[in-house]
Design a protein around this ligand. Structure first.
Ligand code: SF4
Ligand code: SF4
Ligand code: FES
Length: 496
């Protein structure tokens, strides 16, 4: 590996990389070695257009752009010299000739690279007298993205993203020189399953998502590491929380999983957390067949009564469980312990499938399908067969995926059971046949680990507390096990 010296620090860097790439791979870029940059992005091709990343290299007369300069053994680089500082100031002055400095009314304020670098390298006054070049405002480039041309600094990251990642190429630069502007091909709106990533790659407030723009100021957000659970990819996200609710998901870089991208569907899946159809109260069915709200303790007690009665009457094999592939490994471990304690092996997990897109989106539309399988909750076919054949009297159900067509296709086969004990987050037809309903928590509300399609176990903390009486499924199942007074089998203890 070549050795280079950057600001007096000797570094071994990957052969064939550029200076910025090498610093990024070492985790030093903007984290010990500050080389400001706009057009360079770690996951896109090099553009070399903004000139902000200029550095001084000993033995080379002119400043060089770090994003397009290959490393060479023995290279000595200075990123903080006076010449470099002046070059950055010059670039910033040129960019600010046309860019309005109206950060207080810009939605990007607080997470804008132009704002940051204007503070670090900008002049405190403008030397130009000419009016700024006018730009189009609030241009809808497609169903998800709004463009503010005045704020665009023509770094072309958005254009390269569309060409290189979803390979849809809707965005182009039209015209030349100071008439250059970002637009879409005529009749080709920006509309692809990854379109909202352009708002993340845009270093300024030129591209914003219709979903988040002007919803909340970013300094009011708590950003907590999270995972998207929309499919088994397990994309890493920042969960943006403000006013007691999740306001957005944005991609969190993980080169092993999602690089720096997430799909639009996954990005918008945060809405499920605050959806109006959340189950908000534990309930049990009364003697007249109506669901009555009860305390969590009473709901668990009723579930225990139903399981105990069935086991005493017909043995443990009449108790079955359908695990949720959206639940965490911790929840599923508790379910496994409970079933082991009861002495039944009838269990599985219904995993809804769709078309994978060859980029991130996986066929399995559940965040922990692999984790469920690893914990022994595989094909649910035998459970359904046993239900239809009358061999199940009490069914413990986590989630509602079993209602989908390839599985039960409805609640009819459940109507004749003694009891359906439902632990779920959102309302569904299952409530009509349930004897006990217990509200569960979404991943952002409880934290925990999930295993992605490739077997990578990822753990995240809770991002917020639900505003209603919901409980992590694992905690409910542990209480149910205690209510049944089950002694843990040694095997399950070890598995924990
Ligand atoms: S819209 Fe944003 S990402 Fe696209 S060229 Fe302009 S500044 Fe760059
Ligand atoms: S690819 Fe899957 S895990 Fe990633 S953001 Fe989309 S739905 Fe979520
Ligand atoms: S980041 Fe190097 S020229 Fe833009």
């Amino acid at each position: 590996m070549p050795t280079i010296t950057v600001d007096g620090r000797r570094l071994e860097v990957p052969e064939g990389s550029t200076l910025l790439q090498a610093l990024d791979e070492l985790g030093l870029l903007m984290n010990g070695v500050d080389v400001p940059h706009y057009c360079w992005h770690p996951k896109l091709s090099v553009d070399g257009s903004c000139r902000l990343c200029q550095v001084e290299i000993e033995g080379v007369p002119k400043l060089q752009i770090a994003c397009d300069t290959p490393v060479a053994d023995g290279m000595v680089v200075h990123t903080t010299s006076e010449r470099v500082q002046r070059a950055r100031e010059g670039v910033m002055e040129l960019l600010l000739v046309n860019h309005p400095l109206d950060c207080p009314i810009c939605d990007q304020a607080g997470e804008c690279k132009l704002q940051d670098y204007a503070v670090d390298y900008g002049l405190d006054h403008a030397r130009t007298r000419e009016p700024r070049r006018p730009g189009r405002k609030r241009v809808e480039l497609g169903p998800t993205i709004v463009f503010d041309e005045e704020r665009c600094i023509l770094c072309r990251r958005c254009v390269r993203f569309c060409r290189e990642v979803p390979e849809t190429g809707e965005l182009v630069v039209e015209n030349r020189g100071d008439r250059s502007r970002i637009t879409t091909f005529p009749g080709t709106p920006l509309d692809n399953p990854y379109s909202m990533n352009v708002a993340d790659v845009c270093p300024v407030g030129a591209l914003t998502t219709r979903d988040f723009r002007f919803k909340v100021r970013v300094w009011d957000l708590d950003e907590v590491p999270g995972l998207c659970t929309g499919c088994s990819k397990g994309c890493n996200v920042h969960v943006g929380v403000a006013r007691g609710a999740v306001q957005r998901y944005t991609p969190r870089r993980n080169d092993q999983v999602n690089e720096t991208w997430i799909c639009d569907e996954g990005r918008l899946s945060y809405r499920e957390i605050g959806a109006p159809d959340r189950i908000t109260r534990p309930a049990v069915r009364d003697a007249e067949g109506r669901m009555q709200p009860v305390s969590i303790a009473r709901a668990i007690e009723r579930a225990a009564e139903r399981i105990r009665a069935a086991v005493l009457r017909e043995g443990p094999a009449v108790v079955a469980a359908l695990a949720s592939p959206h639940a965490t490994n911790e929840d599923l471990t508790e379910l496994r312990r409970l079933l082991d304690g009861i002495g039944t092996a009838t269990s599985g997990a219904a995993v809804v499938e769709g078309e994978p897109d060859g980029l991130l989106l996986q066929a399995e539309r559940a965040g922990n399908a692999r984790g469920a399988r690893d914990l022994g909750f595989g094909d649910p076919g035998l459970v359904f067969e046993k239900i239809r054949g009358g061999g199940v009297r009490v069914l413990l159900v986590m989630g509602r995926d079993l209602l989908a067509e390839p599985f039960l296709g409805g609640t009819d086969p459940l109507a004749s059971l003694d009891a359906v004990i439902l632990l779920d987050t959102h309302r569904s037809a299952l409530e009509q046949v349930a004897d006990v309903v217990i509200p569960g928590r979404m991943l952002a509300e409880k934290g925990g680990s999930m295993t992605n399609h490739a077997g990578l176990v990822q753990r995240v903390p809770a991002a917020l507390e639900p505003a209603f009486d919901a409980h992590a499924e694992g905690a409910v199942l542990a209480r149910l096990r205690a209510a049944l007074e089950l002694v843990l089998p040694a095997r399950s203890e070890g598995a924990a």
